[in-house]
Design a binder for this molecule. Structure first.
Ligand code: FAD
Length: 300
């Protein structure tokens, strides 16, 4: 209920202004976002790499409504990609590349980001956003994979069709990030109870771990991490054949612990000034985060 209210409130321009301009918000943002610019993000990436972790950098921004904004996103990625240290890839939101204006524009822009990634010798994962964009995102993914087979997909276990998406994506060379889903889709298309989402996650995990692709297990949930570990043993997968993924600032000790067991662990590192939507999704995920935010407001 709280989650739904927060996600709905996140669309209010007045609330957005109030939150973004509150000086105290910065302290909370710093916990989840590496910094306002690519320099800070690259520093954070280097620190994580030196701890034995892998990185996916995400330039924050979504729901771009004009061509100039989409062009700015492409140029930012084109500038960032040649500078990436170690095993760092990028995550990209198609709505930041103009998906809401025109799918073909988003595809053309995503091609340019992929070309820059190919020159830099790294990969791109297409984040999955609001349920209304899933069909379009899968079409763009399909078109991109013809030329760049390493483009990563995301499946949100909360969607009723998640298993079907996983089955369709579980082929040789396919990189698939499995997450619970951070948006608030209607019950016609999504499971609403946490237990149902978790069960869906496990079914998807089974499909991906049994297939020949490269699963990217994106969760902080200790039970799901244990299940993933059990499934990789059952399937005889070695530690190079899949990876865990977690968000910057969330369960950092667990990230290190898993990496110390020899697992590949990638940290998703967002950066940039357009952090509002991302922050609200993180607050909505966990009441304790909201309490942290409110406490910071009261003790400023
Ligand atoms: P939960 O049940 O939410 O959390 C399990 C435990 O993890 C909690 O008890 C707590 O200890 C810890 N935890 C979880 N969230 C937080 C938090 N915000 N703050 C502090 N502790 C927390 N969603 C999309 O819809 N599209 C995407 O493309 C996408 N990409 C992602 C990429 C990565 C690498 C990750 C890790 C997540 C991504 N997500 C994406 C978000 C995801 O869908 C979930 O909303 C988010 O990961 C929380 O779910 P959980 O699996 O961690 O489980």
């Amino acid at each position: 209920m709280l989650r739904r209210t927060l996600l709905a409130a996140s669309r209010s321009p007045a609330l957005r202004t109030a939150v973004v301009t509150a000086p105290v918000t910065r302290r909370v943002v710093r916990r989840f976002v590496a910094g306002d610019d690519s320099e800070r993000a690259l520093e954070a990436a280097s620190r994580l790499l030196s701890d034995g972790l892998l990185v996916s950098l995400d330039r924050l921004g979504e729901d771009v409504r004009d061509r100039a904004g989409a062009e700015a996103t492409v140029r930012a990625y084109e500038k960032l990609l040649p500078e990436l240290p170690g095993d760092t890839e990028v995550s990209v939101k198609l709505t930041a590349l103009g998906q809401a204006l025109d799918e073909d524009l988003a595809l053309a822009n995503a091609r340019r980001v992929c070309a820059a990634a190919a020159r830099a010798g790294t990969t791109v994962t297409l984040d999955m956003e609001d349920h209304t964009t899933v069909g379009s995102t899968l079409r763009v993914l399909d078109a991109l994979r013809g030329e760049y087979p390493w483009v990563g997909a995301v499946v949100q276990a909360q969607l009723r069709r998640a298993e079907e998406y996983c089955a369709g994506l579980a082929y040789e060379g396919s990189r698939v990030r499995l997450c619970k889903g951070a948006y608030d889709p209607p019950p016609e298309v999504a499971f609403t109870r946490r237990s149902e989402v978790d069960k869906s996650y496990v079914r998807c995990l089974r499909t991906l771990m049994a297939g020949p692709g490269y699963p990217m297990v994106a969760t902080h949930d200790p039970r799901l991490i244990e299940i993933a570990d059990a499934l990789r043993l059952i399937r005889g997968r070695d530690s190079g054949s899949f990876e865990y993924q977690m968000l910057y600032g969330i369960r950092p000790d667990e990230q290190l612990r898993l990496a110390e067991t020899g697992a590949r662990v990638r940290v998703y590192v967002p950066y940039g000034s357009e952090w509002y939507g991302y922050l609200v999704r993180r607050l909505a995920e966990r009441p304790a985060n909201l309490a942290f935010f409110l406490r910071a407001l009261l003790t400023r």
